[in-house]
Design a protein around this ligand. Structure first.
Ligand SMILES: Nc1ncnc2c1ncn2[C@@H]1O[C@H](COP(=O)(O)OP(=O)(O)O)[C@@H](O)[C@H]1O
Ligand SMILES: [Mg+2]
Length: 306
């Protein structure tokens, strides 16, 4: 527990540090008193996302509520407390605005209902790439501050009012100063830069993940270079698949043989090369986030504007 949070916003941690979830009554005792919960939007593991009313506006509360001792011990080891405390200082149009952070919650602006994945799933690839290149502006901003988002993927970009892309989901936010304990591999495996698996944290991790997102939009497949046969696909557990991917990335200095067979939209060598360079296993070979953003913008502009 970190002293600086105590007493803030009427937040009262339970004495044993375990906040069990059993409905709104419970959660309302742990969050600021001046908010009103409208409904729950999502629940995953020990995080719940609520639509709320905050200072007379629609907003979102993300509440971290470990349900047992194991989850609680994970939660307490995360660098969450320290780095997330800085979130309210960040201001960028493509970054979800955070209003308040507490010991186990984040209150932020409401960013609409759809993510980039919803567009790609419905075959709006042009829009998906357009929204992604807008969202990459938030990553340039974070990179300039030595921050790395670490969980960049289509579902973490929402499309808010007036079609503005917003990067969301900040719990893995890291920097060279704030990092996860050595040996912890947290994030989305299919989007994770090889060096991120070794806890090397830099904005180059996010460049790889953006490349993986472009690859996914174009091909409809996860960016994994491990070729699994049908039997493997059917029988391997997610853990097995993870370790295969881990071994592959750690044992191969680089990989350039990404398959672009059966693309879902009309592509050319320009976007293929950009994606391949972003997905380089060697961070120093990736273009900068700014270069990637500019190249993707130019490609979208040239190919989609009538
Ligand atoms: N600011 C927001 N505005 C609107 N919906 C949100 C917001 N933040 C989260 N959500 C909803 O909750 C889901 C999960 O949020 P996210 O922060 O990505 O958590 P997770 O760690 O579970 O991926 C999002 O996909 C979205 O549907
Ligand atoms: Mg998410």
């Amino acid at each position: 527990m970190n002293d600086k949070y105590n007493g803030k916003n009427n937040f009262q941690p339970k004495p044993n540090g375990l906040n069990t979830f059993d409905g709104f009554a419970q959660i309302e005792s742990q969050i600021p008193l001046d908010i009103k919960i409208i409904n729950r939007l999502k629940q995953k593991y020990y995080t719940s996302v609520y639509l709320i009313e905050y200072k007379d506006e629609k907003a979102v509360l993300k509440h971290f509520c470990p349900r047992n001792k194991e989850e609680s011990s994970i939660f307490e080891k995360l660098p969450f407390q320290e780095i997330l405390w800085k979130l309210p200082e960040l201001n960028h149009v493509n970054l979800m605005k955070v209003f308040e952070v507490g010991e186990n919650y984040i209150i932020s602006e409401y960013c609409g209902e759809k993510t980039i994945e919803d567009y790609a799933k419905n075959n709006y690839f042009e829009k998906a790439l357009f929204f992604l290149k807008e969202g990459m502006n938030a990553l340039i901003y974070l990179g300039d501050k030595d921050f790395c988002h670490k969980d960049v993927k289509q579902t973490n970009f929402m499309i808010a009012k007036n079609d503005v892309t917003k990067l969301i989901d900040f719990e893995l936010l890291s920097s060279s100063k704030y990092r996860f304990p050595q040996g912890w591999i947290i994030g989305s495996v299919s989007h994770m830069a090889p060096e991120q698996m070794n806890n090397e944290i830099a904005i180059t991790n996010d460049i790889y993940s953006c490349g993986a997102s472009i690859y996914e939009i174009i091909t409809g497949n996860e960016a994994s270079a491990v070729r699994l046969n049908d039997i493997d696909k059917a029988t391997l557990t997610n853990d097995d698949k993870f370790w295969r991917w881990f071994d592959f990335t750690q044992n191969n200095k680089d990989f350039n043989d990404w398959s672009f067979d059966n693309p879902r939209l009309k592509i050319d060598d320009t976007i293929k090369n950009l994606t391949i360079r972003m997905l380089s296993f060697r961070p120093e070979k990736r273009p900068s986030m700014k270069e990637c953003q500019e190249e993707l913008s130019a490609w979208v502009e040239n190919n989609f504007k009538k």
